[in-house]
Design a protein around this ligand. Sequence first.
Ligand code: PLP
Length: 393
Amino acid sequence: MNELFEIELSHSSGVYAKHPIAIVRGEGARVWDSEGKEYIDCVAGHGVANLGHAHPAVAEAISVQARRLITLHEAYYNDQRAALLGKLARMVPELDRVFLCNSGTEAVEAALKFARLSTGRSGVVAAMRGFHGRTMGALSATWNKHYREPFLPLVPGFSHVPFNNVEALEKAVTEDTAAVILEVVQGEGGVHVADPGYLESARAITQERGALLIIDEVQTGLGRTGKLLALEHFDLVPDLVCLAKGLAGGLPIGAALIGKAVRNLTPGMHGSTFGGNPLVCAAALAALEVLLSEDLPGQAAAKGAYLLERLRGLRSPLIREVRGLGLMVGVELRSRVAPYLAAMQDRGVLAFAAGLTVIRLLPPLVITQAELDTVIESLRSAIAEPIPETAEA
Ligand code: PLP
């Protein structure tokens, strides 16, 4: 066995299923393994590398800032952080305060705590098939029992309703509900897009009952769905928006955008040692500049429409449905996807699963049309190939 695999298998925690390749370099939508084999990367660090790998503007910002100041607690002011907060505060004009942290689950955790603090209530309504992270609060909002059950009991007060069902939401939100938390497109849950009107109804219901609306844009945010934020596809102003993944061009970051209904955030109520450090803020500033100046949301909209149309044209009996928004695309098969993902990898394309039967494609938004054509051809030929029975399990 490759020595590098052996070390990771012996000494990493064991909580990740591993693919038998070591990726050592990336550029744009491509990555290379330790043997020099090239892949088009539709995993993109699980939807992080929206700008593509090793973007020179982000690399430069990191290297300049690393020589100036890497760490500084939010108890002190900083030029990079102030500039980033100013930009994030304008992303949804009504949400003009920001809590900075280091990951998606932390952004969700903050939003949940802020909702409880603001309302004095404890209930949280989330959606079936929703995914919000792995820390105890975020995990309580996550649906999949495979992630939840080994850790029971979770945080009390959480319930789950079917996604895109307004009536169920009406029934679930009560005077004990602190917040409703929803994704605009459920990513991990199988790439399911919110129906027109559903999120607007969630807004109306929460407002009417005095609960807050949290929109989790950890996966959908930063251009992925064809808009800077996916909520821009709808007529929607939530109370809290969670961001992470692509926000800092690949460095770890999380952010909760905070609206006026969020109250009682006084010193000491919440915090993070690394949150808002100058290095990550400099990277995020550079990443946002590239996102906007190169109109990556617009590029994602056009490329995503092309990808969806071509995939819908494949007409394989194995394909149950092709779904998505922008460059967040799911191909649901009538079979488990694992062997087909392996066949795509053999053909030089990395893709990943959303559940057991959905192939998820989250390519960098800078992917070229020629690269998209290669992805489509690799998927077409992978699902056209008979899979040996032993691989089906
Ligand atoms: N929320 C959503 C919608 C996600 O897709 C994810 C991760 O995939 C998270 C939260 C958790 O983010 P992280 O893995 O950075 O904690």
